[in-house]
Design a protein around this ligand. Structure first.
Ligand SMILES: Nc1ncnc2c1ncn2[C@@H]1O[C@H](COP(=O)(O)OP(=O)(O)OP(=O)(O)O)[C@@H](O)[C@H]1O
Length: 276
């Protein structure tokens, strides 16, 4: 597998298209439409918070974005590629809704985290040294190394959420999709979890799409008013250009671009002088 740059070392460009929805519509077979005519453009380092009442279509939308459901109309693009052609799934970390494990489920935290590299179907495959290192890095990032050998079913809801986040982070994803990550977790742990998510957004090059029922958290981080509304779905948004290092990085990029342009000019002149 190709080694990707860790998310903490990746430089943001803050302009790249990450998710594009163009006139998307969907209805479950034999049922009325869940959504229609939905447009959305998520750029690198944006943070999108999705709010909506029960049954509004939030999970359905996330499932379409991660390729588990196919839109009836319109098109979805990921990282600029139409979804049917998109293959780089390791770029996306997805934490589905209600992950709670049966306490009798025999996998350890390390095994669950490492399964993020291969998918659930190969949960108990043999792990290479590199795999174990990646798991250690992801567990370290979420401060759950001390739980590595514990059975997942024996952990609290908050600890389990950290494990699933570590599992989603193991491939150094560029996009994290979280479906109600704090359901069933006490208020204090929820606050800690959101604090961690915000920190990741501000300091690492990750784009977020998060479904939540926590209006207070969404509004405090993403602003009081939704950026877009479709039926009962409300999209709150923090643009990447509001982040300081995106601003700095864009400047660095422009300066680098300018420098390259000048160097190219010099190169052409030099080659030119040799040639002529
Ligand atoms: N597999 C399915 N088959 C048929 N209808 C479904 C299926 N899954 C969801 N629905 C219906 O689609 C609509 C949207 O469901 P969805 O789970 O996307 O809502 P949601 O906004 O995520 O809700 P919640 O906040 O309760 O999680 C609902 O009316 C639901 O009953």
């Amino acid at each position: 597998m190709q080694q990707s740059t860790p998310f903490w070392e990746r430089e943001p460009d803050c302009h790249q298209d990450i998710i594009t929805l163009d006139n998307v519509g969907f209805g479950y077979q034999g049922q009325r439409q869940v959504m229609s005519g939905l447009n959305l453009s998520v750029k690198e380092r944006d943070f999108v918070g999705l709010i909506g009442s029960n049954g509004a279509g939030k999970t359905t939308l996330l499932k379409m974005i991660v390729g588990l459901l196919k839109p009836d109309t319109g098109q979805i693009r990921l990282f600029g590629k139409p979804l049917p052609e998109f293959k780089q799934w390791e770029k996306i970390g997805y934490v589905p809704q209600k992950n709670a494990f049966n306490p009798l489920f025999p996998a350890t935290v390390r095994e669950v985290v490492t399964s993020g590299l291969y998918g659930r179907s190969r949960l108990f495959r043999r792990l290479s040294k590199a795999d174990l290192q990646k798991a250690d890095d992801a567990m370290h990032a979420l401060d759950i190394e001390n739980l590595a050998a514990k059975r997942i079913g024996q952990l609290s809801g908050g600890q389990q959420q950290r494990v699933f986040l570590a599992r989603a982070l193991i491939n150094n994803p560029s996009l994290l999709i979280l479906d109600e990550p704090t359901v069933g977790i006490d208020a204090e742990t929820q606050e800690g979890f959101f604090h961690m998510i915000k920190h990741m957004h501000q300091h690492h090059n990750i784009t977020f799409l998060m479904v939540s029922h926590d209006m207070e958290m969404i509004r405090s981080y993403l602003g009081q008013k939704p950026a877009a509304e479709y039926g009962k779905l409300k999209f709150y948004l923090k643009h990447s250009h509001e982040l300081q290092d995106c601003v700095e990085n864009n400047l660095t990029h422009s300066l680098r671009g300018l420098r390259q342009h000048m160097d190219n000019g010099r190169e052409v002149a030099r080659v030119g002088s040799v040639k002529y």
